[in-house]
Design a protein around this ligand. Structure first.
Ligand SMILES: [Zn+2]
Length: 344
């Protein structure tokens, strides 16, 4: 079968590789779509991945073969790859922290022995059957490939303790930030402001339901003065990562507000504990997602309340994927989601 192999920094090749063997407890999935995500672009830039299966992990597809010991799946079932249930055997599981299960992480990242020798930029993958989740009717293959990002967004919104009528600021309008903004609205926010350096993303945020979108600067304060009753935001979701974005997120929160950290701050941001105490801020860190978040995100898409199609920019096949990776990697600011389809 054909696959895209990462062969070095900014170097990928279209290669012929053997189809993955079916193992007990696994299924073989024909890839329909695979989104190019931030981790794929990071892998492309550095030439390094924790495991080959990690390169292209936002996929949707169809089950074509089922291994021994797998129950409840059928050939032809449309599925996405996502987090499996906690193993119940590792240290975090024994401590009651199933969301931090070491085996689940190994299965997701692709370092588990059953992981495929390629990621989703291929015609077919082998995947542990516990990792596949059915795509509801009403969610197409392209939108389903956003399931993992949408679940990350749902997890963050779930941690925020948002209330009806809250004023919300989303810092960073990349894929996850855009999805967070939409879900924050669905969760009852009265006003949603998106903040991003890229005009194209700000425009997209507004078309997806944000009330306003600004670049970093004094306009945020002016908007909050009006929409936030002069107090600031009830909830701020930090989905960008740069230290400045973290610092601005803390500034945008009102006295007693909540800041949810979704982006990963690199390099470290400066946070003033005295300010957190003085303003009685709640800081929540949101890492990953649960199976419940996947179900919630897909069900909302199926009900046509969570509309994600506008996040997709275009679809590429094998021949165009190397150029698409190079293009996206060199210009992170303005692009929307590009999907790979092996049938294209
Ligand atoms: Zn575990």
């Amino acid at each position: 079968m054909r696959a895209i192999a990462l062969t070095g920094p900014e170097r990928v090749e279209i290669v012929e590789v053997p189809e993955p063997d079916l193992l007990p407890g696994t299924v073989l999935v024909d890839i329909d779509r695979c989104g190019i995500g931030g981790t794929d672009l990071q892998a492309f830039r550095t030439g390094e991945v924790p495991a080959p299966a990690w390169f292209g992990h936002e996929w949707s597809g169809r089950i074509v073969e089922i291994g021994d010991g797998v129950a409840g799946r059928f050939v032809g079932e449309r599925v996405v790859g996502a987090v499996p249930p906690p193993c119940g055997r590792c240290r975090p599981c024994h401590a009651g922290l199933g969301e931090h299960c070491e085996e689940a992480l190994a299965l997701i990242v692709g370092t588990h022995p059953t992981a495929s020798h390629t990621g989703g930029f291929a015609e077919r993958v082998r995947v542990d059957a516990r990792r596949v989740h059915r795509i509801p009717d009403g969610v197409d293959d392209s939108n389903a490939a956003l399931a993992e990002s949408a679940a990350v967004a749902a997890h963050a919104v779930g941690l925020a303790d948002q209330r009806l009528g809250d004023v919300v600021v989303v810092v960073g309008a990349g894929t996850v930030g855009l999805l967070v903004a939409e879900l924050a609205r669905l969760a009852g926010a009265a006003r949603v402001l998106a903040v991003d350096v890229a005009p194209a993303r700000r425009e997209l945020a507004c078309s997806l339901g944000a009330d306003a979108a600004f670049g970093p600067g004094p306009e945020i304060g002016r908007w909050l003065a009006a929409a936030g009753h002069g107090l600031g935001a009830d909830v701020v979701y930090e989905c960008a990562g740069p230290p400045l974005a973290v610092e601005q997120s803390l500034l945008a929160a009102r006295h007693g507000g909540t800041v949810v950290l979704v982006g990963t701050a690199v390099p470290p941001a400066v946070i003033d504990p005295a300010d957190l105490v003085a303003r009685h801020l709640t800081l929540r860190a949101s890492r990953g997602y649960t199976i419940g978040d996947v179900h919630r995100a897909l069900d909302l898409m199926a009900d046509d309340r969570f509309r994600v199609a506008a996040i997709h920019e275009r679809m590429v096949g094998f021949d165009e994927l190397p150029a698409a990776l190079a293009e996206l990697s060199s210009d992170l600011s303005a692009r929307r989601k590009v999907l790979f389809s092996p049938k294209d």
